[in-house]
Structure formats: C-alpha cells, structure tokens
Design a protein. Structure first.
Length: 383
C-alpha cells in the first residue's frame, strides 16, 4: 500500500509556524478555553471506547440515528480514515458476521481535501468526478456514470473545500440515489455545514446508505479538541470501531468533556458568533477581490478559491512570493489540482484578516508593476 505525501500539510509545515498571518486556514477563529469547564475528572480512557453512550445518542438524534450508529473519533480526519478502512479493499467480501458490502472502488468528487481521495486511492481504486469552474456545480449524472459494480463508496465534501460551493439538496439526494443503485454508500464530509445560515440536511439522515463525518474544528472553532464522529449505518460504524481499537483506541477525554458543553446550551451562541464573523469577513474579502479584478465562487464557510493575479506564473509562485515577502500564508491551488487558483481562508479575527489582505495587496501591486514593465520592454524591443 502506498499513499501520496499530503501536499497541503507539507506546505503548512514549510511556512505556517514562522509566518505572521495564516490566510490559508479553512476554519473559523479558535475559541478561548476559558469559555468551558476544563475539569473532566479522572484522566482515564473514555469507556466504552466508541464514546459515552448517552452522548452518542444525543449526537445520533441529529441524524435520526441511534447511539450505535455513531462513533466518536479524533477529528474528521480519523472519521474519514476509519470509514474508508471499513468499506474498501476487502476483495474476499464482507466479514461473516457483518452485512456491510465490499468493493475496491471509490468515486470522489474533486477538487477536495486531499485525504478524501488519497486515502481511498491507497486502499483501492479512485475515479474522480471533477467540478468545473466557475460554478463548481455538482453533476449527479456524472457521478452515476462513474460508479461501477465494485464501487463501495461515493465521496462528497459539502460545503466543498476549497471552493466553498454548497451543493443543493436535490443534487446531493440524486447522488445518494446513485449510491443506492450501486449498493454503495455516500460519505459526506460535512465539517463546514453548520457555518451556513440554513444548513442542508446531513447525508446520514437521508437513508441507510448515508454516512456523515464531521468535527468541532471548522464550524465551532475548537480545532484543538480533535473531536469528531462518524454517523451512519450500524454495520459500517461497528467496522470502523474495530479499526479504531488499533488507532486512537478512545476519543480524547478532554475532547468529549468540552464537546458535550459545545453541543449543549452553548451551541446556539457559538454558531451565531461564528456565522456572524464568517459573514463579516466574507464581505470584506469579496470587496477586496472586486477591487483587484479577482474572481471566486461566493463561498459558504470560511474559505474560497480565487483566481491568480496577473504578473505571476501560477498559484505556487504567487503564494511563495506572498509568504516569503509579506509573511502571509495562502494555499496554492495546485495542491487541489488547479494551479491557476489559490485558497484563501477568512475565518480569523477581522483585524488580522484586514492586515493580511493589505500585505497581499502589496504583492499583487508589485506583480502588476513587474508585468507592466515587461510589457513596456517588449513594446520597445518590437519598435
């Protein structure tokens, strides 16, 4: 088994820790720990290791599912990883005591977060269905055409990372139907869903073939908890739990303790604050883009996929110039398969966002001057 290096994480590792401003992060600004009770009691494992049963039942209610159809994980990354392990690569068929079907093929809607195609590609075979700019519209017919008899899972990220496109309910339901037709599952990574003012129904609520993964990282501003979950059919969740016993064993005790508070009476206030910040910052970035003649699809969430300014060969050249001259991190679109775009995150505090945009503006203005100078030189040479 071989897996590709995680390009985005390696980019962050190269620049993030020494840069002044992180304009590539796709989550909302982090909440201060002082808002929560931080004493979980005895520092033991969470028992049972799939998470507190009453808390899992409360989370399951959000999807119309039971406690046994929810598994708590170390963030969405582990939730997706365990689900892929559970569904892919079993050429001999399902376990004797499990009704879960098997297959070695996945259909993945891209561009998306690299783990959503690299991990299933390591376990089996992936067919990508590419969203097309500038609308990045989900095409259920293209997804259905890509599915095969050995397709185990169809993968969608909604709202989408990096574009911020929020696929409409009808399109997602049509993709769900395609999964059912091929006796496959639809896995939807929904980490940005609750940043929308009017969130779509989660995929795990659509029926027996729906699986939702998420965490408290992106919409709640609680990345440091590393707390997420899988919600879906009991047989799939049971298989994922088996694999979890060999990874993190138990969800974080601190994570579960604070998550109970964040999903309790504090939730409405947290989401209200975060949606307001996202809306304020989105408007600031939209005006900034208009002023500079740049384009994006108006995003849901806190990240957008922006065209590269004139004067730069591609997004990587632009982003390296920005970070190396102005100490601001952006994400090159080549990491998502689109070298003519870059991802900008705008979930950070507004004052920090505005300072970051001022610095990026200086780089853009410098590139425009350089391009104009090259044009003038070319004109002189031709004369």
């Amino acid at each position: 088994m071989r897996i590709d290096p995680f390009g985005l994480e390696r980019w962050f590792a190269e620049y993030e820790h020494e840069a002044d401003i992180m304009l590539a992060e796709s989550g909302i600004r982090s909440l201060d720990a002082s808002r929560f009770d931080l004493d979980p009691g005895t520092l033991d494992y969470v028992i049972p290791t799939n998470g507190d049963p009453e808390f899992r039942a409360a989370v399951g209610d959000r999807y119309g599912r039971s406690a046994d159809e929810v598994l708590f994980t170390c963030g969405t990354q582990e939730a997706n990883f365990l689900t892929f392990l559970s569904l892919l690569g079993d050429a001999e068929g399902p376990d004797a005591d499990s009704p879960v079907g098997s297959g070695t093929h996945a259909v993945v809607v891209t561009p998306t977060y690299q783990a959503l195609h690299a991990v299933p590609d390591a376990f089996g075979e992936v067919t990508r269905v590419e969203l097309e700019p500038p609308e990045w519209e989900l095409d259920p017919d293209a997804v259905a055409d890509a599915a095969r008899d050995d397709t185990a899972v169809i993968v969608v990220n909604n709202p989408n990372n990096p574009t911020g496109r929020y696929h409409d309910e009808a399109a997602v339901r049509a993709v769900y139907d395609a999964a059912v037709d091929h006796d496959a599952y639809l896995l939807c990574d929904e980490v940005y869903r609750l940043l929308a003012d009017d969130p779509r129904p989660p995929v795990a609520s659509l029926g027996s073939h729906g699986i939702s993964t998420t965490s408290l990282t992106k919409a709640y501003g609680l990345a440091g908890l590393r707390f997420g979950w899988v919600a879906g059919p009991e047989a799939v969740v049971e298989r994922a739990w088996r694999w979890k016993d060999y990874t993190t064993i138990s969800p974080s005790l601190f994570g579960q303790h604070v998550a109970k508070q964040a999903l309790g009476r504090r939730e409405s206030r947290i989401l209200e604050e975060n949606r307001e910040l996202a809306a304020t910052n989105r408007a600031i970035v939209a005006d900034w883009l208009d002023d500079r003649g740049l384009d994006w699809h108006d995003p849901v969430g806190v990240n957008g996929f922006v065209t590269v300014p004139d004067g730069f060969d591609d997004a990587e050249a632009f982003c390296r110039t920005v970070v190396e001259t102005e100490s601001v991190v952006l994400a090159p679109g080549g990491l998502f398969g689109f070298p003519d775009r870059f991802r900008i995150g705008f979930g950070l505090p507004t004052e920090e966002l505005e300072e970051g945009l001022r610095r990026v503006s200086r780089v853009i203005e410098g590139g425009e001057r350089a391009a104009a100078g090259a044009g003038d030189a070319g004109a002189d040479g031709g004369a």
